[in-house]
Design a protein around this ligand. Sequence first.
Ligand code: NCD
Length: 305
Amino acid sequence: MRSLIDIMDLTVEEIDGLVSTAKDIMENPAKYAEACKGKKLATLFFEPSTRTRLSFEAAMYELGGHVLGFSSADSSSASKGESVADTVRMVSCYADIIAMRHPKEGAPRVAMMKSGVPIINAGDGGHNHPTQTLADLLTIHQEKGRFENLTIGMCGDLKFGRTVHSLLCAMSRYPGVKFVLISPAELKVPDYLIQDVLIPAGVEYVETTDLEAVMPELDVLYMTRVQQERFFNEADYLRLRDSYILNPPKLVEAKKDLIILHPLPRVNEIAVAVDDDPRACYFKQALYAKYIRMALILKLLEIEV
Ligand code: NCD
C-alpha cells in the first residue's frame, strides 16, 4: 500500500505516469467517470483550505466515488483531544483513501503509520505540500512542454511556503533547471533545502531580493503569499507582507513565453491587472490540480482504467 507524504516518495518515472494519466483524463473524462465507483475518499482538514479540499472532492466525484470528512479541527474530535493517530485509525475503517491537512509538520507521516488505507499529505504546516506540487508540475508540463532546462524564479515567502519546498525538491531532479530564489532576507529558503537538496543534486541557484533585476531570465515565475498564520508576531508579518507585488510594469522586461504560477490564495502579491496577461497561468493551475489529483487517487487505489 502506497501513501504520498513527500513529493520525493514518487520517482520521476511515476511523476511522468501521473502527468500522462492527468492529460488522458482531460481528453477522455467519460472513460474515468466510474473508475472509483463504490470508493470513498475522506478529507481530514485540521487546517482551513478551500482549493485543495474542494479539488480533492471534485476529483473523487468525477471518478464516480464518494467523499466524507471535515473541514476544520473545530468540527472534528480533535477539539475533544483525540490524537491524529486515533482519528486516522478510526477513519480508515470508513474510507478507502484519506487526504489530510494538518498544521503540524510531520502529522501525515504519523497518520500513515497508523492508517489501514493510503494517506495523501494535503499540506503539513510550513513543511510540504506534494499534491500542490503535482498540480504545479502538470501546469509546467502543459504550458512549457518540458521539465528540463528551465529557469524558475520563486518569489515571496520561501521560508514558510510549503508549496515552494516541495516544488524545489521535485524540480531539482531535472537536468538544466536553475532556481532564482527571490525573497526578503528574513524569508529565505530554509537552509536544510539548500544543504540537503540543491547542493547534493548539483543544482544551480541564486538568492536575491530583487525581482525586477532577474525578471528577464525567468521561464517560470512562482509567486507566493506571505504565510501570515506561521508568523510569531504580527509586526513582522505587516512589515514583510508587501515585499513583492507583481504588476504589469514589472513584467515589461519578462520573456514573452514566461509562465506565472501561484498556488493561491492570492492576497495582494499579484495585482488583478496581471490576470489578463496571457502569461498568467494561476487559474489554469487550479484546474489542472483537479486532474492530477484524480490521477493520484487512481494510482494509490491501484485502479487501472
Ligand atoms: C497553499 C497552501 O495551502 O500551502 N495553498 C494551496 O494549497 N493551494 C498556498 C498558500 O496557502 O499560500
